[in-house]
Design a protein around this ligand. Structure first.
Ligand SMILES: [Fe+2]
Length: 197
């Protein structure tokens, strides 16, 4: 099993520079590399060709979640820019968001509020098919606080590496505004439709 970095067809973004994206893509590829490295080490341990201290093996297994979610979350993030800023205010996702957050502006305001959480991590919007409700939460690092089994509808990277080529930490709000302004919501709408049909 080997993961291959995905390529993304990204348009010119407003408020997020090409250099910022290039730095971020390189970092994403680092996560893919380390997923493969850890998976290979664990495979060798499993097959008996590599002997490691059990503490090291246990840490590698924990570390796998960090690297794996680092890989997968960036794929959710980056593909949201593909196709350029667009969305359908009458989509089933929009209707579901309005149900909980009052309006699409209310949904965006809530995302911004959660994005103001201190620390590095992600704003993640999930959909729980059990109660047919969206949940907007903050995930620490890439894996701490993920909601088990829930499909991801939106992922907003709030690690400082996501914006510090273009903004200083005090300008994080500008980055969040730029992220939302560049969002192709039809990507999120498709994710939502896939779990609600
Ligand atoms: Fe990132």
């Amino acid at each position: 099993m080997t993961y291959t970095p995905r390529t993304f067809n990204l348009p010119t973004l407003s408020g997020i520079s090409e250099k910022q994206i290039a730095v971020h893509l390189a970092l994403y590829e680092g996560y893919v590399k380390h997923v493969n490295l850890i998976a290979d080490q664990l495979k060798q341990v499993r097959e008996g060709s590599l002997s490691l201290d059990p503490y090291v093996v246990a840490e590698l297994r924990r570390r796998f979640a960090f690297e794996f979610d680092g890989m997968r979350m960036h794929e959710y993030y980056l593909e949201q820019f593909e196709g350029g800023a667009q969305g359908n205010q009458d989509s089933s996702l929009a209707k579901k968001a309005i149900e909980k957050y009052g309006s699409l502006d209310g949904f965006a305001a809530h995302i911004k509020e959660v994005a103001g959480s201190r620390g590095i991590g992600w704003v993640v919007v999930y959909y729980d098919t059990v109660v047919q409700e969206l949940h907007t939460t903050f995930v620490g690092d890439h894996e701490i606080g993920q909601l088990s089994g829930l499909p991801i509808i939106l992922a907003l990277d709030l690690w400082e590496h996501a914006f510090m080529v273009d903004y200083v930490p005090a300008e994080k709000k500008n980055y969040i505004d730029a992220f939302l302004a560049n969002m192709n919501w039809t990507v999120c709408e498709k994710r939502f439709e896939q779990v609600t049909v």
